[in-house]
Design a protein around this ligand. Structure first.
Ligand SMILES: Nc1ncnc2c1ncn2[C@@H]1O[C@H](COP(=O)(O)OP(=O)(O)OP(=O)(O)O)[C@@H](O)[C@H]1O
Length: 241
């Protein structure tokens, strides 16, 4: 059965239509990467699924239940958690406090503090430090850990590798591979690094100018088709990229 269903979602920033009639589904345990150029609408779509941006049209269903009118905290309780672009940790609070707040607002389940620290070992020595002093990779790991503490069925990860060193990206993806193996949680991941997205995803969806313009399993998509979708190029132009 479909876990998450986004049906013809349209989201606006004022007069600008950032997401334009996008539909997608996620099955339990599935990992889908959202790719696309800057401004394609990926972050707005993620925020709309999480309840942080109101849809102008369309529906968000989780396990067949309509989430569209629910505020963020009710969606977290229903099983949707977002690790946002910019990470948005409480910088004055310690990592432990950040994780505890997420647990209090989320659902009970297998993801506990101990389990998060086992999946993200780089966080263990930092547990009683304020997150404001963390490096980019540490902040990213902390933000994903915080989302896991809510024990979601659908984990939304925005801009996983943006701004991180190659070593930090490796660390975060090693942890995400463990997270993925641990259960039936589905992930929707915004990833700018195309090679990484194709290696990690069961399916990729490419957005351009607010629309989903290409979707498929990585093995079924050619680089040329993806490049074309990404930039809106013609076949002839793709030959020269
Ligand atoms: N708060 C906002 N106010 C006005 N316009 C916005 C706002 N946030 C995003 N936009 C615009 O909406 C469109 C989609 O932006 P969005 O951030 O969703 O795209 P994206 O694919 O996530 O890109 P990026 O990788 O740059 O974050 C862009 O044209 C962007 O300029």
């Amino acid at each position: 059965m479909t876990l998450l269903s986004v049906e013809t979602a349209t989201a606006r920033h004022g007069l600008l239509t950032a997401v334009n009639g996008v539909s997608l589904t996620l099955d339990p345990g599935e990992v889908v990467c959202l790719i696309g150029a800057n401004g394609a609408g990926k972050t707005t779509l993620m925020r709309a699924i999480a309840g942080a941006h109101v849809l102008a049209h369309g529906q968000i269903l989780l396990n067949g239940q309509d989430m569209t009118a629910l505020p963020t905290h009710r969606r977290v309780r229903a099983g949707i958690a977002l690790s946002p672009e910019g990470r948005r940790l409480f910088p004055e609070m310690t990592l432990r406090e950040n994780l505890r707040i997420a647990a209090e607002n989320g659902r009970r389940g297998d993801w506990t503090l101990e389990r998060v620290l086992a999946a993200f070992p780089q966080l263990a020595p930092l547990i009683d430090l304020p997150t404001g002093g963390f490096s980019g990779g540490q902040r990213q790991a902390a933000a994903i850990g915080r989302a896991l503490m809510a024990n979601p069925d659908v984990l939304l990860l925005d801009e996983v590798s943006l701004g991180l060193s190659p070593a930090a990206v490796e660390g975060v993806y090693a942890s995400l591979t463990q997270v993925r193996a641990a259960g039936r949680m589905a992930m929707l991941v915004v990833e700018q690094d195309l090679t990484r997205a194709l290696a990690f995803a069961d399916r990729v969806i490419c957005m351009a100018e607010g629309r989903a313009v290409l979707a498929g399993r990585p093995s079924d998509l050619t680089r040329a088709a993806i490049t074309r979708a990404y930039f809106g190029l013609t076949e002839d132009e793709v030959q020269h990229v």
